[in-house]
Structure formats: C-alpha cells, structure tokens
Design a protein around this ligand. Structure first.
Ligand code: AMP
Ligand code: MN
Ligand code: MN
Length: 333
C-alpha cells in the first residue's frame, strides 16, 4: 500500500464517488479525500459525486461542491470509489466506471468482490474513512479534512462502540482530533440530533416492532403510507435499526421499509455471533458481519419469513457450536 500520491501520476481529472443513499462514513470518506486532494494538489481537476446528502452534513467544507449528476460525455483519468460495498451500488457515476482510465477502490466490506485497477479492502477496518486515512500523509491533513474523516469513523463505529472499533481506530481518531476539530459537536449534530419527524417515525417503528425466536430477533416494518403520513424519506430512518438492536436479549435487529409495490429495503444488525452479511448475500445484498442490507421483493410477511429461515440456520449452527464447546470443556475439565 502506497500513499495516495503514488496513484496520481499522469492523472489530471479525478472523480470521487461513494455508494447509493450515502451514510456518514461514505460522505466523510468522499469529502475527506476530496478536501485532501484539492487542498494539496491544486493542479488536479477533482469532482466529488454523491446522491443528495442529508442537510446535517452541510457543515463540511465544500459541501456545496458535491455533484448529484454528471455531464453526458464526462470521463475521468482516475475514479476513486469509496465505501461502495459492490460495484453496482456506486451512486451517480456508476455508468462512468468502465470508461475511466484507472479505478482505485478503498473499502471495508467483506462482500466487495473487487475487479478494479487497485483494490484495498480491509474488512477489519472500522470504516472506509479509517482506510482512507492510511493513504494520506498525516501532516498534509487539514482541520477540515480531519472533520470529514473523523465523522466517518464515528458514524460507522456507532460512536466508537461496535466491535469494529479497534485500538488502531482510536489512534486514528486521536490523530484527527489533534487537528483541532469540534469533535463533540460533530457527533451531536450529525449522529444524535434528530428532527421531530425522525423521532416520530422512530417511535412508530419501536411501537410496532415485534420479537420472535424467543426474543433473539426483533423486527419492525414501515409501510410507504406510514412514511407519507409522517412526511419522512428513507434518510430519516437511518438510526431505527440500531435502536431496535439496543433491545436487551436481542441478537439480530431487522428493519424493513417499503421502497416500491411489493419491494422492501432490509437493514440488519447483530450483536455477538450472527453474520448478517451472510443473510444479506442470500438476497443479493451485502455488508459486514454485524451490519448488512439488501432489497427483497414480496409481501412483507414473506420477506420476514425468508429472512427468518436464514437466521434459523445460523442460530442452529451457533447452538451446535456452543454444545460442542461445552462437551470439549467437560472432557478437558
Ligand atoms: P444499511 O442497513 O443499508 O445501512 O447497510 C448496512 C451495511 O450493509 C452498510 O455497510 C451497507 O453499505 C451494506 N449494504 C446495505 N445494502 C447493501 C446491498 N444491497 N448490497 C451490498 N451492501 C449493502
Ligand atoms: Mn456506508
Ligand atoms: Mn462504511
């Protein structure tokens, strides 16, 4: 792995892009990379592409430079794809990948299959922002760039809480903090604060949730008519699945919202042992062991049953593994 400078030889036009429906890590990684390149390499012509990000991210420097569409005959010497999880999830400029001179993809999704000019995927990394940091010269990171990367790390670790948060993650966050960023404000403003509508739909999803598998699984569904009633869009429902996961005794939280007639976006989170990326992969989605997603067609009851079948498989595997371990312990002891 070389620093980003090594990838810029004979390159003039660069496009940076992330995944559809961009989250904090995706936006933080893309804007961190954009600011680093534009601040340190003014001779380069750099564009950043993202689907319309939420207003809470507008504090980031150059937020107004984000492009939500590209010119018809656009082409780039280098495309930098960040946090995409798979090639078909690149937002806005997905159709330009094939014509790009070179493609550098930095990611932390086990399910990313690669096939780019350069591919650095570290499923052990907390976030793509942490991976991006490794490619930058720490001395050339400005306070504004640090804000973006710190935000990415904070969001994907559930504010330094999840199992993906390592000593290395904390060291990177500390280095970014030393740049003088308003770290506490960033977390409060972009992660915890919610609009009235966001809180309302969260409340509704919690009230309507139900437990099964003896309380190991919690599920909640939001129909399109409910979203309309509360005046919310998918962006306003980001935090619901993690709140469901906070329920004591729950191993897996499943949150579904209707995206179309007989179509649901599924978000899954697990706590200790279920690999939800395996479940998502069965339905053509992906993600991480403890956070994954997919889109499934069908009536919501059928969608839940199909997911339940996959979860059942993993619960059985887990029970068997526990039994084997107990037997071994008995024999050893
Ligand atoms: P979500 O629940 O949509 O926030 O997604 C959780 C994680 O899974 C994120 O890291 C996503 O990038 C990833 N993910 C979600 N949906 C998909 C999908 N359809 N294909 C691949 N990865 C996905
Ligand atoms: Mn992401
Ligand atoms: Mn990520």
């Amino acid at each position: 792995m070389e620093k980003i400078a090594a990838y810029l030889e004979e390159v003039k036009k660069i496009a940076i892009a992330g995944h559809v429906n961009p989250d904090g890590d995706c936006i933080g990684s893309c804007m961190g990379m954009y600011l680093y390149l534009t601040e340190n390499y003014p001779e380069l012509d750099v564009d950043v592409f993202l689907e319309e990000p939420k207003e809470v991210f507008s504090f980031l420097k150059d937020f107004d430079k984000i492009r939500t569409g590209h010119e018809e005959n656009a082409s780039y010497d280098l495309m930098i794809l960040l946090d995409i999880s798979s090639r078909d999830r690149v937002g806005v400029v997905g159709d330009l990948i094939d014509s790009a001179g070179k493609v550098l993809c930095l990611d932390h999704h086990r399910t990313n299959e690669g096939a780019y000019t350069w591919f650095y995927n570290d499923p052990e990394a907390s976030s793509t922002a942490e991976v991006v940091y490794r490619f930058l010269d720490p001395e050339k990171i400005s306070e504004k760039c640090a804000e973006a990367l710190y935000m990415g790390i904070a969001h994907d670790t559930g504010i330094f809480q999840y199992q993906n948060c390592s000593p290395e993650t904390m060291c990177v966050a500390a280095e970014l903090m030393k740049k003088g960023i308003p770290h506490s404000w960033i977390i409060d403003r972009t992660y915890y604060q919610k609009t009235y509508e966001e809180n309302q739909i969260l409340g509704r999803a919690l009230i309507e949730s139900f437990l099964f598998f003896g309380g190991k699984v919690i599920v909640s569904v939001v129909r399109e008519r409910t979203m309309k009633f509360f005046g919310v869009t998918p962006k306003d429902m980001d935090g619901i699945v993690s709140q469901l996961r906070n329920t004591i005794g729950v191993e897996v939280a499943v949150f579904l919202y209707e995206t179309d007639w007989l179509e649901y976006k599924v978000s899954m989170r697990s706590k200790d042992y279920v690999d939800v990326s395996r479940v998502a992969a069965v339905f053509g989605g992906g993600g991480h062991a403890r956070a994954a997603g997919c889109t499934i067609q069908g009536m919501h009851r059928d969608v839940i049953n199909a997911i339940a079948k996959e979860l059942d498989l993993q619960f059985r595997e887990h029970d068997e593994a526990v039994k084997r371990q107990e037997k071994n312990d008995e024999e050893d002891g």
